[in-house]
Design a protein around this ligand. Structure first.
Ligand code: TXA
Ligand code: MG
Length: 352
């Protein structure tokens, strides 16, 4: 199967294509679509067969649950058993938006969609194409990121085509996404809400609305023995083909250290890939240097992270060294992804 590609923008939606894609979803087929975070691989969340197809297309382990996407707040009530007051307040402030909430599920949500769990993850995306498609497809669309399992999440329709172009019915190309990393996941199944995956919506923003918010301890450091509560967080993710190392320390030391490592790699007959910023790229002397964004604009770093990781796969780089991006607001979300991509390999430039 070769995916049909429907091109449109949020300003100029091709209503006919949305109807066609909605019909495909209703028939149990898979359609990839843009959201404000990353591209999603959509299937009817209430159809166990469609969920099975999603796992098969991605090569995803079947214990890793899917997020159900809605486009009408009222629809939340049908797929959940209980909505705590704090979740209403959170939805009022952050939906539609880059936030996923976890609830006890109702009976209509099949266990195939929730990876066998009694809870369900739900998101109301803030993207007009996504919203129209969700409604056209019946209102409940399961959508993991539209990448092959383990690869960086797709931020353009081209990335989706690269990974899944021969396995799904259609791709809606709405141009590059706005945010570039996946939604924050907030679990409401305990008294105090817990962040299971950091994202654009931070702990501080959530605490302004609901008071105390905890963070899954596995997100903060490498923990052996404790399992993350979001099953997907335990898998290696986003990994480029070449080994990736994160180099930490003061800016000048990081640049000097990466330059030395790049020379060493060349002497061994390899080529170093380097991930720097607008502020630093001019100071690298060897290797394949890519600019991820500007430190003055941390959103730009989040937005280009996955694209840069993907680009290195076809670049000939034999090893990749990245600067560290502990930026003020999105730093935790960015570093969570980068550390996973690096398999937690860190070089301290101060000790080199
Ligand atoms: O931004 C996003 O959230 C994107 C776009 C397409 O909406 N979707 C996305 O889905 O990132 P996915 O499948 O790549 O990641 C879903 C994460 C996984 O880590 C999964 O384990 C977790 O959500 N998850 C889903 N349902 C859960 C549940 N009931 N309990 C705990 N974790 C859950
Ligand atoms: Mg994913």
């Amino acid at each position: 199967m070769k995916a049909s590609i429907y091109k449109m923008t949020e300003e100029q939606i091709d209503e006919e294509a949305i109807l066609k894609a909605g019909e495909l979803l209703k028939k149990g087929e898979l359609v990839a679509f843009p959201t404000e975070t990353v591209y999603g691989l959509g299937g009817n969340a209430l159809d166990p067969e469609a969920s099975r197809k999603i796992y098969a297309a991605k090569g995803r382990p079947s214990d890793n649950p899917l997020i159900v996407h809605i486009a009408d707040f009222e629809d939340l009530k049908k797929i959940t058993a209980k909505i705590p007051e704090k979740a209403y307040l959170t939805a009022e402030r952050f939906w539609p938006g880059p936030l996923t909430m976890i609830f006890e599920k109702s009976d209509i949500v099949p266990l195939e969609t929730t990876g066998g769990l009694q809870s369900v993850a739900v998101r109301f995306p803030n993207h007009v194409i996504a919203q129209e498609l969700i409604l056209a497809g019946g209102g409940y669309i399961a959508a993991p990121s539209a990448n092959t399992s383990g690869r960086p999440s797709p931020t353009t329709a081209g990335h989706v085509e690269e990974d899944l172009g021969n396995q799904i019915a259609a791709i809606i190309d709405g141009g590059p996404v706005e945010i570039g990393i996946e939604s924050t996941i907030l679990d409401f199944t305990d008294e105090v809400p817990v962040i299971l995956r950091p994202g654009y919506i931070t702990k501080e923003m959530l605490e302004e609305v609901v008071g105390q918010v905890k963070v899954d301890p596995t997100l903060l450091k490498k923990t052996d023995g404790i399992k993350p509560k979001a099953p997907g967080m335990k898998y290696r993710h986003y990994a480029p083909k070449a080994d990736l190392y994160i180099v930490k320390g003061k800016e000048k030391n990081v640049i000097n250290c990466i330059n030395r490592l790049a020379v060493q790699e060349q002497e061994k007959g390899g080529i170093a890939g380097i991930i720097g910023t607008e502020e630093s790229v001019g100071q690298y002397t060897d290797g394949i240097v890519k600019c991820i964004g500007s430190r003055k604009e941390e959103e730009s770093i989040a937005k280009h992270l996955y694209e840069v990781l993907r680009e290195f796969d076809s670049s000939g780089a034999t090893v990749i060294f990245s600067e560290s991006f502990d930026t003020p607001v999105m730093g935790q979300a960015i570093m969570n992804r980068l550390l996973k991509a690096a398999g937690h390999k860190i070089i301290n430039s101060e000790e080199e």
